[in-house]
Design a protein around this ligand. Structure first.
Ligand SMILES: [Zn+2]
Ligand SMILES: [Zn+2]
Length: 530
């Protein structure tokens, strides 16, 4: 976590942190890494005493360039059109395609603890005229921009190319237009049928004013202009943009040489790979940000995103794995360590800061949060499968006192997530069904396992899952039985299969008399001893 505090230590004066996104489709959960990193930087800056503004922008005048994202009837009319000018395809009341996808994404922010001071939409900014000075400068310095593209990115534009994109007054496309002349007030544009392969211009051309929302800057210039317009001092960006000669280098050079301003500090961050591949915005319904947050609430999700340095690539594969429970466990481990309790396994450097920055509420009482009772996610997922389990009562018993309102809210949030996890993500081994009669599988038990079960049947002290777990280990060890064989015996006796969720929880969740009888029955090989 030092990276954020180090950053805060090396800057001076008021800070403006910015990020922006092109709302080209359903947003993948990996896209939350940026906003969460932005938020952590903002919190670190504020903690260090810097007056800080957090901005989040939507680049919604960018052209639609992905046919796959459109319904078939919209392809002809919408390819090349600014995202802000395409109707909402879902028809749930948003003003445009861009508003729909950006809003579904942005709506997640507040609950994640990400609270930009201002959201801006480029489709709102251009018509105000605020971008006009930058458009004028870019046109006046078109030769500088062309030379810079050649030098930084090896991109050769024709000598007549000017760095402005007119929104065609005839067909409304922005992706198909090119400006070839500039007379100081108007530009000469052509909407070419063959300028790009992915959209077809209408063939219109003529002199128009590029100001007041009639044109936009190409993306790299728009990015650099945003830095000047908003006074941005820090802007992290995804690693795909931060390559040598890539987008960020281009915009940095544009900032210096065209708009004559030092670019903001970059904090490049790596991707979050879901299910083993880098999911782009355009793919992956199963990894949509608004879906993943249903199973991974803000704090475990923030933990996932910030536990490692931004430059570390992350793999997250929630389907059919225990990665979701593991994110909860990791957050709980950070909480326990922060509360001064001993925890198993290695802790990340600066784990207290990781915990603090993982909290949804920037102003939370960190010590109180660390000490709060948080039921294990795996345990809850297990208890949800135990018919008649009184989960709030069991949790109060585990804690040793009644849950506070805050702890009850944590419990409710985790139960909701665990239900979704069991329905949509959990691996088979996390599911269980206690067999009402001794399962056939119990006939596989050997003599040592039977002896272990018989001894365990006499256990009268264990009440909680942890106590049962300890008793299972002690009894197995005393009988010279490997722990794995002991657990297998229990799973066979109760579930009729060789594996299952934590055995201690299983025994603690069941009626005590039932447990003792089943253990004796299995030990006796199916015949209850008289
Ligand atoms: Zn909508
Ligand atoms: Zn046109």
């Amino acid at each position: 976590m030092e990276w954020a505090d180090e950053l805060a230590a090396r800057v001076s004066g008021p800070q403006v942190v910015n990020d922006s996104k092109t709302p080209s489709g359903t947003v993948h959960v990996g896209s939350l890494r940026g906003p969460i990193i932005l938020d952590v930087i903002t919190r670190a800056l504020r903690a260090a005493g810097h007056e800080t503004t957090l901005l989040y922008g939507v680049d919604d005048l960018d052209a639609m360039d992905a046919q796959a994202l459109l319904t078939p009837d919209a392809i002809e009319t919408s390819m090349g059109v600014p995202l802000a000018h395409i109707p909402d395809q879902v028809g749930d009341g948003h003003a445009s395609y861009a508003r729909h996808h950006a809003q579904v994404f942005i709506d997640l922010f507040a609950d994640l603890g990400v609270n930009p001071d201002r959201y801006y939409w480029m489709s709102d900014i251009y018509p105000t005229g605020d971008m006009d000075p930058f458009i004028r400068t870019a046109l006046d310095r078109a030769h500088v921009v062309r030379a810079l593209y050649r030098r930084v990115s090896n991109v050769q534009h024709p000598d007549t190319w000017h760095p402005v994109l007119v929104i065609c007054p005839t067909c409304g496309r922005v992706g198909t237009t090119i400006v070839t002349k500039w007379d100081g007030e108007q530009v000469f544009f052509e909407c070419r049928p063959d300028l790009v392969t992915w959209a077809r211009g209408c063939g219109a051309s003529g002199w128009v004013s590029p100001f007041g929302g009639r044109a936009k800057l190409p993306w790299n210039l728009e990015w650099a202009a945003q830095w000047s317009l908003f006074g941005v001092t820090i802007e992290p960006c995804g690693k795909d943009l931060a390559t040598a000669g890539g987008s960020r280098d281009r915009s940095d050079a544009i900032a210096r040489e065209v708009f004559e301003r030092e670019p903001p500090i970059n904090v490049p961050y790596e991707f979050l790979n879901v299910g083993g591949k880098k999911m782009s915005t355009s793919k992956g319904r199963g990894s949509a940000a608004h879906r993943i947050v249903e199973v991974l609430p803000p704090e475990p999700l923030r933990t996932l995103m910030i536990r490692t340095r931004p430059q570390t690539a992350l793999d997250f594969d929630p389907e059919g794995t225990d990665q979701v429970p593991r994110q909860f466990d990791e957050f709980d481990r950070l909480a326990a360590a922060t509360a001064g309790k001993e925890v198993k396994g290695e802790l990340p450097p600066g784990y207290e800061a990781v915990f603090r920055y993982a909290l949804r509420d920037a102003a939370a009482d960190v010590a109180a949060e660390a000490a709060a009772f948080r039921p294990s996610f795996g345990h809850l997922a297990f208890l949800l499968q135990v018919p008649g389990a009184d989960i709030p009562a069991l949790m109060a018993a585990e804690k040793g006192s009644a849950l506070t309102d805050h702890e009850q809210a944590i419990l409710d949030e985790r139960l909701a997530a665990a239900r979704i996890w069991l329905d949509d993500y959990a691996p088979e081994r996390a599911r269980m069904r206690v067999q009402e009669a001794l399962p056939d599988g119990a006939s596989e038990l050997d003599a040592q396992q039977r002896a272990f079960l018989a001894t365990l049947a006499e256990e009268s002290e264990a009440r909680t899952g942890d106590e049962w777990q300890a008793s299972i280990f002690a009894t197995a060890t005393a009988g010279g039985l490997a722990a794995g064989q002991a657990f297998k015996a229990l799973y066979l006796a109760f579930l009729g299969r060789p594996n299952g969720p934590r055995a201690g929880w299983l025994l603690a969740s069941l009626d005590r008399g039932f447990v003792a009888a089943r253990l004796r029955e299995a030990a006796a090989g199916g015949t209850l001893p008289t």
